[in-house]
Design a protein around this ligand. Structure first.
Ligand SMILES: Cc1cc2nc3c(=O)[nH]c(=O)nc-3n(C[C@H](O)[C@H](O)[C@H](O)COP(=O)(O)OP(=O)(O)OC[C@H]3O[C@@H](n4cnc5c(N)ncnc54)[C@H](O)[C@@H]3O)c2cc1C
Length: 388
């Protein structure tokens, strides 16, 4: 049953589509605007932990979500000269996350809104003015044409450099906190030679690392992540050139060069600096931020997609609960979600050191921790075999 209430969702990513799915189910009429000319596909490796699987369930996409967890998981820590020993890969962490591509989650969400929700591509908000009982929005289309529209609620799900946040809450510098790190993520066309297709690789040194994430039914994805002295200077040349400089002297028996060559031919990649987002409040009047726009936990947390879906599902629950008062719904939504985000923000600082240690000392601590984890895992596997 439609409530007649209109919600503008800015951004056709995981957060935006999750909000549209859940709010449409709650009787709202969503309109999604997306800056890009078309829906993106593919993307990079994402691990979905229990909370992510629960959120997918709450959004009703579990049965259409394509997962790619390899059947046999094996992870290698690979040294500078190619020496290797067993490690504990991303997919072997406690909680056994499920492997997907970002595009798999987006495809599942899309299947729930395609034909049901209005989506306007090449459209961005130019101004947003919350008022007593709604929000006045100026939308600018690809041709430069603008329209003025009224909405009962605006959901800013437009990512790390959110326009909604900038228009309503303040400049990026106030909320985006740089971590001093850079990432380059892309899908490869083949595994690194001498490794099995289901093998995960981690090549980590102080301030730079390369991760290869295996997928069950497609080629692995790769992630270069490093901590340069000058982050801004990384974006003045093509990524392959920049990465060749940043990874000079690190071969890992040719694995780094293979990944760089793969990047040179990758149809798409993400090359960006890493920031987290911290805000004292995620809503103002009837404008609410969701996903990376509101609380970006960074890729290191492994919780960005999960928290976007969970936040959207909870938003729908709260709007259902407080049907009459959107303000009350937003208040309780934020109150319930904050502890979860706080917990994962704390954990992200630790996990960032596992992904890319910031010093030699921390790299040694990281190696020791993972070697201990690998031994424990091996012992548990042997014990299970003996018991069987
Ligand atoms: C390499 C990498 C690995 C990751 N691994 C994991 C993982 O293992 N587990 C996990 O849970 N999370 C992971 N994440 C995080 C997760 O991918 C993100 O948190 C999540 O995708 C963010 O979704 P979002 O919808 O908030 O933002 P985005 O994906 O950034 O989507 C924003 C959308 O808004 C659009 N947009 C931007 N500006 C405007 C505008 N002005 N008007 C209209 N539209 C606009 C953009 O084009 C885009 O479509 C990873 C991230 C990276 C980069």
């Amino acid at each position: 049953m439609s409530s007649g209430k209109r919600v503008l969702v800015v951004g056709l990513g995981i957060a935006g589509m999750s909000a549209a799915v859940r709010l449409e189910r709650a009787g709202w009429t969503p309109v999604i605007v997306e800056r890009a000319p078309e829906r993106r596909t593919g993307g990079y490796f994402i691990g979905l932990f229990a909370e992510g699987k629960q959120a997918a369930q709450a959004l009703g996409i579990s049965d259409v979500l394509h997962t790619r967890t390899p059947e046999r998981k094996r992870s290698w820590e690979v040294g500078r000269y190619g020496e290797r020993h067993r490690g504990v890969g991303f997919l072997e962490q406690p909680g056994e996350p499920e492997a997907v591509l970002r595009g798999d989650i987006e495809q599942a969400l899309w299947s729930r809104i395609d034909g049901r929700v209005e989506v306007r591509f090449e459209t961005v908000p130019a101004s947003i003015s919350p008022h007593g009982d709604g929000v006045s929005v100026t939308l600018r289309g690809g041709s430069g044409m603008t329209t003025e529209e009224e909405f009962d609620l605006v959901v800013g799900a437009d990512g790390l450099r959110s326009t909604v946040r900038e228009l309503v809450f303040g400049p990026h510098e106030r909320f985006m906190k740089p971590l001093g790190a850079v990432i380059c993520a892309f899908q490869m066309s083949r595994q690194i030679p001498e490794f099995r297709s289901e093998d995960a690789l981690v090549i980590a040194e102080a301030r730079r690392s390369l991760w290869v994430f295996p997928l069950g039914d497609s080629a692995p994805t790769a992630l270069f992540t490093y901590r340069p002295d000058n982050v801004d200077a990384q974006f003045s040349r093509p990524p392959v050139e920049v990465l060749r400089g940043a990874y000079a002297g690190l071969s890992a028996d040719g694995a780094v060069e293979v990944a760089l060559n793969e990047l040179a031919h990758a149809p798409q990649y993400l090359f960006d600096s890493v920031h987290y987002v911290e805000m004292p409040s995620w809503h103002r009047g009837r404008v609410v931020l969701l996903g990376d726009a509101a609380w970006c936990l960074t890729l290191y947390s492994g919780m960005g997609a999960t928290s976007a879906m969970r936040g959207a599902a909870l938003l729908g629950d709260m709007l259902d609960k407080h049907g009459g008062s959107i303000e009350q719904a937003l208040q309780e939504w934020e109150q319930q979600l904050r502890p979860f985000i706080r917990k994962h923000r704390r954990q992200a600082s630790f996990k960032a050191q596992v992904f890319v240690p910031s010093s030699r000392l921390l790299n040694r601590a990281r190696s020791a921790l993972l070697a201990w984890g690998a031994r424990r895992k091996l012992r548990a596997a042997l014990a299970a075999q003996t018991a069987g």
